[in-house]
Design a protein around this ligand. Structure first.
Ligand SMILES: [Zn+2]
Length: 387
């Protein structure tokens, strides 16, 4: 791979013919049409937050270094931005009056409102640009390692770069497109950011059962995303028809795994809804995120919902009461040891050797308070388990 350092290109040069696509949130072209600012393997523009974009302009005005930009030479006098797209799009948008910065008096200033000398200072700022030329694979490997931008690339953004091609382009158009009308519905079940590729990541994770790398590699040259889309739609449809209401704890659950495990079972969505509502209203349920899998599995795996345990004060007082009675009667303070015929029949356990148990199980409506608490020795407590 050949690299060449250029220091003769200024912000004015890059901004000549700068095109920004507001709809897709992409800086597209610059350098008089010779530079592609956002090749398909680049992430979308994420600096338009009134902070990072403003910081880029502040740095330029103060004369701070903007860092090295990396371009990939793709033809005679044709380049693609390999790294620096966020910074370039920021100054390109500022110069084309897409946003304002605050001046020293706290007033909003668009580029055309700046004094002429400041305008010139920005435009004449020279940039530090490495131009590289080489095989696609070397360039991509390199891109992976020069990940020096202010916001680190997410795993999916890297994978998009590594496996760029027709499949990624189509997949991004569907799953990384904040204009897609389905995004709102999906957001109920998937967490993260559309433009940072979290939705695409989830869709790929589901269809590939966690083998995203392999999947992207083998589908790289596909000219359709039918399977990806169909699988994703099946999962979303299954969740939204199985559960009538949308709860905020549903967002970000492993719906792909749950779909695989449970989608062949028949459920009444009204029964499901009733159970979910019951559990949401139950003060002993500590983990609401576990409610959905718990219900799908037939309300058996109590540990999924982390039923509240007895507090230390309750345990201590029940222990004291049980032990007093046991000592007076000459039998063990573990009621299960006491009624057995083993060597522990008369044993008085220490508090640390016992644990609290629900007399009437929580799942049968038993409360988690002193009236329903019984101390058992650790062995008997474990044996009784979560029944
Ligand atoms: Zn016991």
């Amino acid at each position: 791979m050949k690299t060449q350092l250029r220091t003769d290109i200024t912000i004015a040069d890059i901004c000549k013919g700068f095109v920004y696509n507001e709809l897709e949130g992409k800086g597209l072209f610059g350098l008089d049409g010779k530079l592609t600012i956002q090749p398909e393997y680049q992430r979308n523009y994420i600096y338009a937050d009134g902070k990072r974009d403003v910081a880029v302009i502040d740095s330029i005005i103060k004369g701070y270094p903007l860092g090295i930009l990396y371009f990939n030479k793709v033809g005679e006098d044709r380049y693609e931005v390999l790294d620096g797209q966020q910074r370039i799009t920021s100054f390109g948008r500022y110069v084309t009056k897409k946003f304002a910065i605050k001046d020293s008096n706290g007033l909003e200033q668009y580029f055309n409102g700046l004094p002429k000398d400041l305008q010139d200072k920005i435009m004449q700022t020279p940039l530090l640009i490495y131009i590289c030329e080489g095989e696609e694979s070397e360039i991509k490997e390199w891109f992976k390692t020069i990940n020096i931008a202010g916001v680190p690339l997410k795993e999916q953004e890297l994978l998009n770069a590594i496996y760029s091609g027709p499949f990624v382009t189509l997949a991004k158009a569907e799953f990384s497109n904040s204009q897609n009308a389905n995004v709102q519905k999906w957001s109920a079940y998937i967490s993260g950011s559309v433009i940072r590729q979290d939705f695409l990541h989830t869709a790929l994770d589901w269809v590939s059962k966690g083998e995203i790398d392999n999947y992207m590699s083998s589908h790289r040259q596909d000219t359709n995303i039918n399977e990806l889309k169909a699988y994703f739609t099946s999962v979303i449809d299954w969740v939204s028809t199985t559960f009538n209401s949308v709860e905020k704890e549903m967002c970000g659950l492993e719906w792909g795994r749950l779909y695989e495990k449970y989608h062949n079972q028949a459920y009444s969505s009204d029964d499901i809804d009733k159970k979910v509502k019951e559990l949401y209203g139950d003060p002993y349920v500590k983990n609401r995120k576990g409610v959905f899998e718990y219900v799908l599995g037939g309300c058996i795996e109590h540990k999924l919902i982390e039923v509240r345990v007895f507090d230390e004060a309750t345990k201590k007082s029940v222990y004291a009461k049980q032990t007093k009675v046991a000592e007076a009667n000459g039998h063990s303070n573990c009621p299960l040891c006491a009624c057995g015929s083993n060597s522990n029949k008369t044993r008085i356990w220490k508090l640390s050797e016992m644990d609290a148990d629900h007399v009437t199980a929580w799942s049968k409506g038993g409360a988690t308070d002193a009236s329903n608490c019984e101390m058992l020795c650790v062995t008997h407590n474990r044996a009784k388990g979560n029944k």
